[in-house]
Design a protein around this ligand. Structure first.
Ligand code: CAA
Length: 240
């Protein structure tokens, strides 16, 4: 049987492409989602990938959900912490609620997703943790003080986990997508989106599958010595 992979936010957007790619590569995949039952049902009907509904911002819900995935599919070998939200607003208008929602899902959600599965990975001496960060965690972004803080935080998480997991055969890496053609980016006002595309030397948005292929590589045995790294996939929009 193939390895088991958990993809949070795995039924839509970049997560959907990751779930499909990992399934195509032979993994048993579990995809989580937070609220959109209709999209999750359509995703399962299309792909045969089982979905699980929990709020990654809630530790107990995450731990219970992960225990259920492991009961259904076996021990989790690969975690893709992908679930993320935006609540964009210029800082002077950003509310504590907008700050807390984004911190809860995008940053605490990574802790809540990795922490319950970490002891098992240590015991089995194998694990792959891949966190989906963002170009905006690397460069900051107007109206995204909350989101940029979480995505920069993701890079600190993987660099630290990499050092803790290395001797136990666990790698932890981040992928920083640039602007990808998903609902999240399409929600940006059209004029703003056009000006963003104008700043991408590739002259286009990225495709979710282009991020999925980065994830699949980091999950593979070939990537065993890549640990604590960041792969940027942004069409040359920004260099670290
Ligand atoms: N840089 C500089 N100025 C900007 C700007 C930018 N990127 N975006 C907006 N502005 C300016 C506007 O031109 C406007 O200026 P004026 O008042 O002089 O006309 C001002 O900011 C807008 O101010 P408002 O008070 O009217 O703003 P608002 O409360 O209506 O909020 C907004 C609008 C939320 C900022 C909206 O413009 C927006 O969504 N911008 C896009 C933010 C963005 O890029 N988010 C990324 C989402 S995709 C993603 O996050 C995925 C990923 O990982 C890459």
């Amino acid at each position: 049987m193939g390895r088991v992979a958990l993809v949070t936010g795995g039924s839509r957007g970049i997560g959907e492409a990751i779930s499909k790619k990992l399934k195509a590569d032979g993994y048993s995949v579990a995809a989580t989602y937070a609220g959109n039952d209709e999209a999750a049902a359509a995703f399962t009907a299309e792909t045969g990938i089982k979905t699980y509904k929990w709020n990654v911002a809630d530790y107990d819900a995450s731990a219970a959900g992960i225990a259920q995935v492991e009961a259904d599919l076996g021990p989790i070998d690969v975690i893709v912490a992908n679930a993320g939200i935006t609540r964009d607003a210029p800082f002077h208008k950003m509310t504590p609620q907008q700050w807390n929602d984004v911190i809860g899902t995008n940053l605490t959600g990574v802790f809540n997703t990795v922490h319950p599965a970490w002891p098992g990975m240590r015991e089995r001496k194998f694990g792959r943790v891949i966190v989906i960060s963002s170009i905006n965690g690397q460069k900051g972004q107007f109206a995204q003080v909350n989101y940029a803080a979480t995505k920069a935080g993701d890079l600190g998480i993987v660099k630290s986990l990499a050092q803790e997991g290395a001797r136990a055969g666990i790698t932890a890496n981040a992928v920083c997508p640039g602007y990808i053609a998903t609902e999240m980016v399409m929600a940006v006002p059209e004029k703003v989106r056009e000006s963003i595309i104008g700043q991408i030397p590739a002259g286009r948005l990225g495709e979710p599958e282009e991020i999925a292929r980065c994830v699949a590589f980091l999950a593979s045995d070939d990537a065993g010595f890549i640990n604590g790294s960041t792969i940027s996939a942004n069409g040359a929009q920004f260099f670290v």
